[in-house]
Design a binder for this molecule. Structure first.
Ligand code: FMN
Length: 318
């Protein structure tokens, strides 16, 4: 049994690595790869600019990289309205202003930046990246009691009423969940909304993990975009999407929707491949989990799901 599991894991790992390799080599994924690279490089400049004392002259090589990525992206005829490009224009503008202010601007770089960014960014009417100033008084007035109520009244719900959920409610929750942090702001999470009319298909896929999925009104297939991560960051997309799913569970509850996360195998199993194909989920997205959602009944039971004591979790390392 041990050998069988070992060989299976080895095979799945191999397939996973092959898939990542394909995504990183294949031209079909180039646009997605490039947007992630642009976000990654821009975010590194944003981080530098957010420091208490940014280092004068920092980031010259990164800026060259951003400029050449945008040039190539444009040459390839890709979508210049993508958020990565919008982010880049603002980052370049703020970087140029900062370096100019500290007398460290590279004149060649300055002219390249001015050539590439649109006028509305140069005249400050648009800001879609860079840094923003936060006032402590604006972020410390949180009602802890309300937060406690939200977090302690979220349960995994396995019993829903037969009432339609609007797409707007789901979108509202997803909008909240988009505030979740993600590694270098690459935001790999995607949400596929499946209606209960597709219940037969999804139930087959969820077979054995829930047993209550027939009561759900909608199913959210949560995926993560692998193309945002190189092989050296393998599986990091699961961390960022895991955090997103945590935020989304709370957001759904805040929007009046009950939810239960259902775990599926993370690897490219036959079941994962066939459900992805059926719902047109692209190859470069890995299914992370499914969330069953629906409206709350007047009363319902949930497991107590006792939590560990804080003392069992927090270890002070001396
Ligand atoms: C990643 C993940 C996978 C889960 N998978 C399942 C599942 O397959 N079936 C199920 O009934 N509940 C599943 N759950 C719900 C957990 O059982 C539940 O979150 C846990 O018992 C704590 O209870 P609570 O969510 O009501 O606080 C999952 C939760 C998470 C976070």
């Amino acid at each position: 049994m041990y050998l069988k599991d070992f060989l299976l894991t080895l095979r799945q790992e191999y397939k996973q690595v092959q898939l990542i390799r394909e995504i990183w080599m294949n031209k079909a994924y180039k646009e997605r790869r490039m947007t992630s690279q642009i976000i990654l490089s821009c975010h590194s400049i944003e981080k530098g600019l957010s420091l208490k004392k940014p280092r004068p002259g920092f980031g010259k090589q990164k800026i060259d990289k951003i400029l050449s990525l945008i040039e190539e992206y444009q040459r390839c005829g890709y979508d210049m309205n993508h958020i990565s490009i919008k982010m880049a224009f603002s980052v370049l503008k703020e970087y140029m202003a900062y370096q100019q202010g500290v007398g460290e601007i590279d004149t060649f770089q300055k002219s390249e930046i001015k050539k590439i960014i649109p006028q509305e960014y140069l005249n400050n009417s648009v800001k879609t990246g860079g840094t923003q100033q936060i006032k402590k008084k604006d972020i410390t007035q949180i009602d802890k009691k309300e937060f406690e109520r939200l977090i302690t009244t979220r349960y995994s719900v396995r019993n829903f009423i037969d009432e339609e959920i609007s797409l707007d409610d789901i979108k509202e929750a997803v909008k909240f969940a988009l505030q979740a942090p993600s590694a270098c702001n690459r935001q790999p999470s995607r949400v596929y909304v499946i209606d209960k009319s597709q219940r037969d298909i999804i139930s087959q896929y969820l077979n054995g993990v829930g047993g209550f999925e027939d009561s759900a009104q909608k199913y959210l297939i949560i995926t993560s975009d692998i193309s945002a991560y190189p092989l050296s960051e393998k599986n990091q997309w699961i961390v960022s999407t895991g955090i997103f799913v945590g935020f989304l569970s709370l957001a759904l509850h805040a929007c009046g929707l009950g939810a239960c996360i259902l775990q599926r195998e993370l690897y490219t199993t036959k079941e994962n491949q066939s459900i992805a194909k059926y719902f047109n989920i692209p190859k470069e997205e890995q299914i992370i989990c499914v969330i069953c959602i629906g409206k709350y009944p007047e009363t319902f039971n949930v497991p107590i799901s006792i939590r560990y004591d804080v003392e069992d979790i927090v270890k002070v390392v001396k």
